[in-house]
Design a binder for this molecule. Structure first.
Ligand SMILES: Nc1ncnc2c1ncn2[C@@H]1O[C@H](COP(=O)(O)OP(=O)(O)OP(=O)(O)O)[C@@H](O)[C@H]1O
Ligand SMILES: [Mg+2]
Length: 403
């Protein structure tokens, strides 16, 4: 069984009175919960039979499982708690579990099957992949560095990791991950095949605008909806590995179009917020958290970057102030997942395409600790161990080929 999500029970610490939660909010949040076997969200699949809004933000949800002993019940239970409790207006949850009627079950299967056959307009991200967007609101706080180090750290621990560089105009992943060359559509489906680099027993697959344009200037002129179309292209037209454990999305600075687009295209996205200890960065990051919540994306936690600098003599200097990460985490009711010190190895690693996490020193240690926290507590990979076979495959086999 996957460990308890860290957000559980640790919410509603904000000093401001949260807005009351409505039925639409609950359904919006539940659209982020995907049944990993059926590949669609629980609202779409008709699994949410009832929602009750109780006094003081206490929510009752009745969930109808396809079969009573569904091995994914624990996973869904965790996900529903994490999604709903991540909303500041939700104070508690009661889930009643029930089983679908035969009629409901066939409607659910028909829906799942239809979704699976509708290639256009759906993402190519496997339903068992955990999607984490690394965002901050403010530029230059280390989103891209955190993304590259997390990706490589997770891969070195044996995970299959995708990196989607959503910073179309200011891409940095090709350089930071040490990957270059044009992306080609190299298989029968004419999907783009990401570049891949092996680390330890895992690997990192990466797509970036840097692999599609000749120079940075030509991407810089893209704006608004065009930017969103580029991200959509990466979500729909890339042949990601079927066994991808994580997809990390390196977000551009700001809280604009891309985050809104992502919430629409991939509502199961969860957000890791990066901030520096400075008050200004923390305030802007709080706005990013706000937008995440408005678009029903769960904030997994906060990462404080550039925490302090320790000189060769061992003295630490809090160059950008102190406590920003902790204050932000407290204000938005999400855990502080890690603090990365300011260290030249991070800059150097990014410049030579060998992320600091692979080396020695305090920053490498801090990144490795962050990787462990994410993989074991805050956002563990989707657990499919309890399933003997994919239900949808069985349904597909029973129903025969699509006409
Ligand atoms: N912990 C750290 N120690 C030292 N330098 C760092 C650290 N984290 C990031 N940097 C450096 O700070 C600069 C900005 O980092 P990065 O590009 O990762 O930020 P970003 O938030 O992605 O920026 P943008 O908003 O422009 O995309 C880079 O030069 C990077 O090498
Ligand atoms: Mg960046």
């Amino acid at each position: 069984m996957p460990p308890e999500p860290a957000a559980r029970g640790s919410v509603a610490t904000s000093t401001a009175t949260p807005a009351p939660v409505g039925r639409d909010d609950v359904l919006g949040l539940l659209r982020g919960v995907v049944d990993p076997e059926l590949g669609s969200d629980v609202v779409d699949l008709g699994m949410i039979r009832d929602v009750e809004i109780g006094k003081g933000g206490h929510i009752g949800v009745t969930v109808a499982l396809t079969i009573a002993g569904c091995p994914l019940k624990a996973q869904l239970d965790n996900d529903i708690h994490a999604r709903l409790l991540g909303h500041p207006g939700v104070t508690g949850i009661d889930i009643s579990w029930t089983e679908m009627t035969d009629e409901e079950r066939s409607a659910c299967m028909a829906r799942a099957r239809w979704n699976a056959t509708q290639r256009a307009g759906t993402t190519t991200i496997p339903p068992t992949t955990r999607v984490l967007a690394i965002a901050s609101g403010k530029g230059g706080v280390g989103k891209s560095s955190v993304t590259a180090n997390l990706a490589v750290g997770l891969a070195a621990d044996g995970f299959a990791v995708g990196v989607l560089d959503a910073d179309i105009g200011g891409f940095s992943q090709p350089r930071m991950l040490g990957v270059e060359g044009r992306l080609e559509g190299a298989n029968d489906e004419k999907k783009m095949v990401p570049h891949r680099r092996d680390f330890g027993s895992g690997f990192v697959e990466v797509v970036s605008m840097g692999f599609l344009v000749d120079d940075e200037q030509s991407a810089l002129t893209w704006r608004g909806q065009t930017l969103n179309r580029a991200v959509q292209h990466f979500l729909e037209d890339v042949r990601w590995s079927d066994d991808l454990d994580y997809l990390l999305i390196d977000m551009p600075p700001g809280t604009g179009d891309i985050q809104m687009g992502l919430a629409r295209m991939l509502p199961r996205t969860e957000v890791l917020l990066v901030t520096t200890p400075a008050l200004a960065a923390q305030k802007v990051a709080a706005r990013a958290a706000d937008l995440a919540r408005k678009t029903y994306l769960r904030v997994v936690g906060v990462i404080e970057n550039m925490t302090s600098f320790t000189c060769d003599h061992g003295t630490s200097y809090a160059l950008f102030g102190e406590g920003g990460g902790e204050t932000l985490a407290h204000d938005i009711g999400a855990p502080l997942l890690g603090a990365i010190p300011l260290e030249p190895s991070v800059v150097l690693g990014g410049d030579i395409g060998t992320p600091a996490v692979l080396g020695d020193g305090a920053a490498a240690e801090a990144f490795r600790a962050l990787v462990r926290t994410i993989a074991t507590e805050a956002a563990p990979p989707v657990d499919m161990a309890g399933c003997s076979a994919r239900l949808l495959d069985k349904v597909e086999a029973a129903l025969g080929p699509t006409p």
